[in-house]
Design a protein around this ligand. Sequence first.
Ligand SMILES: Cc1cc2nc3c(=O)[nH]c(=O)nc-3n(C[C@H](O)[C@H](O)[C@H](O)COP(=O)(O)O)c2cc1C
Length: 165
Amino acid sequence: MRIVIAGSPRKGMYSDRLAEEYAAKTGAEIIYARKVSVNPCHGCGWCKGKGAGKCVQKDDMPEILEKARSAEEIAIFSPIYWWQMTAQTKLIVDRLYPLSPEEWKGKKLTVVMNGVAEDDDKEFKLLNEQFKEMADYIHADLKFLGVGTTDDAAFEKALEKVKAL
Ligand SMILES: Cc1cc2nc3c(=O)[nH]c(=O)nc-3n(C[C@H](O)[C@H](O)[C@H](O)COP(=O)(O)O)c2cc1C
């Protein structure tokens, strides 16, 4: 299975539409970050010790975690907020911490981030480099795409790039 984490707070807007295109193409299940109840990671380390890969918190994350665990691909679609993923996206990403290095190894990690900048803006380069370091660390197989969605015309170009992923 494959999962798409759709991280925009705005229903049906650019990031959602890119995520939905990708999910339709790949048969992935979409998890809308704005619809689930996921608390911040407490950093307690239970998942790495007694919890043996489970999280101690009782919210929607344990179910998402099991899907992420068995997924061959985790795709993150997030608008860029302050040069980063949205807070809604980050809540879920932090809570993927219980996945072990063995579970990450070889997993496909697809990251598509959209913002109001032009496609050649430095922010996309910086984000790409950051995710590359992260993927190298966990030995995941990264595909990164940073796209400008300044208006509907730019969005159409972004959609073509997502179709080509
Ligand atoms: C709080 C906030 C911070 C933002 N920061 C950035 C940014 O750093 N870089 C950028 O290109 N766009 C930034 N944007 C613009 C959004 O990324 C852009 O509007 C995007 O299309 C939103 O995606 P959506 O249409 O799926 O909601 C920001 C928007 C908000 C609300």
